[in-house]
Design a protein around this ligand. Structure first.
Ligand code: CP
Ligand code: NVA
Length: 313
């Protein structure tokens, strides 16, 4: 198994900082990296829909001199019973890297265990590390630093909350998650994030009061109330999450210079009002753009000519 990118906590703070620096260089001077993955192929497995992940990975590998192959839910034999292990072994004979969007996190772990090429987690039910690397790049660009900032995530204790806990902890941020009772982040993820935060001067705080969560925050973040795969729970969640909408009144409790982030897709009128997501504090389209730069850095480091550079790669 070559080194996969499954969770931000698999990487040290220094390694993540190196990825952010590389992503920033790639954003400022994309021409310098036109051959970083020359002739390489990224196989892209999608068990769920995607706009950003699919397009940014496919464009990104192209900009690095390689190409991507989109493998949708019914394109390959997984849905007909071919095992994850066999899929990983076969793809490793053709491709130089595998990006996968899955339901069960165990599936992307199994891909990585059986592949002889790097596997990148393009979202699982547990984590969304590529998104949060892009989020951290965005916050660093807007605020000039990460350490010491307070990030308030409002809503479901889901894959986004988990990766924000991981990433925030690695960078000494104060991460607050406010969630309805019964929708807290996973206890093991929180425990690991607390341990990581202890080493960087960060902190983790959970609350069921969104006002307490957002008070004085530098960054306010939310995500949909029903994630992909939870469609049947949507009506119940709509009722349970009322009161956790990020609206102008909630934003006023954050710092006056606070920025608003959302991984997208967004549901205006549910987790966020149009006034906030389309308003002056919102940086969601810079954030979406940064998926491209962050993931190019990941691919160049794991698969490409930048692999040899940087500590412990
Ligand atoms: N934020 C994100 O991952 O978007 P997609 O689901 O469109 O890829
Ligand atoms: N929590 C959302 C994130 C989408 C990018 C989901 O899993 O559907």
């Amino acid at each position: 198994m070559t080194r996969p990118f499954l969770s931000l906590l698999d990487y040290t703070s220094e390694e993540l900082e190196g990825l952010l620096d590389l992503a920033r260089q790639m954003k400022l001077c994309p021409e310098a990296f036109r051959t970083a993955c020359s002739g390489q192929t990224l196989a892209m497995i999608f068990q769920k829909p995607s706009l950003r992940t699919r397009v940014s990975f496919e464009v990104g590998i192209g900009e690095l001199g390689g190409h991507g192959i989109y493998l949708g839910p019914t394109d390959i034999q997984l849905h007909r019973g071919e095992t994850i292990a066999d899929t990983a072994r076969v793809l490793s004979r053709y491709a130089d890297g595998i990006m996968a969007r899955v339901f069960a996190h165990a599936d992307v772990v199994a891909l990585a265990e059986n592949a002889s090429v790097p596997v990148i987690n393009g979202l699982s039910d547990l984590l969304h590390p590529c998104q949060v690397l892009a989020d951290l790049l965005t916050i660093r660009e807007k605020k000039g630093r990460l350490e010491g900032l307070t990030l308030a995530f409002v809503g479901d204790g889901n894959n986004m909350a988990h990766s924000l806990l991981n990433g925030g902890a690695r960078f000494g941020m104060h991460v607050r998650v406010s969630h309805p009772a019964g929708y807290a982040p996973d206890v093991d993820v929180v425990a690991a994030a607390r341990q990581a935060a202890a080493a960087t001067g960060g902190s983790i705080h959970l609350t069921t009061d969104p006002r307490e969560g957002v008070e004085g925050a530098d960054v306010v973040y939310t995500d949909v109330w029903a994630s992909m795969g939870q469609e049947k729970e949507a009506a119940e969640r709509l009722a349970r999450f009322r009161g956790f909408q990020v609206d102008a009144a909630l934003m006023r409790l954050a710092r006056p210079d606070a920025v608003f982030l959302h991984c997208l897709p967004a549901h205006r009128g549910e987790e966020v009002t149009g006034e906030v997501i389309d308003g002056p504090a919102s940086v969601v389209f810079d954030e979406a753009e940064n998926r491209l730069h962050a993931q190019k850095a990941i691919m160049a480091r794991l698969m490409g000519s930048a692999r040899a550079r940087g500590p412990a790669w």
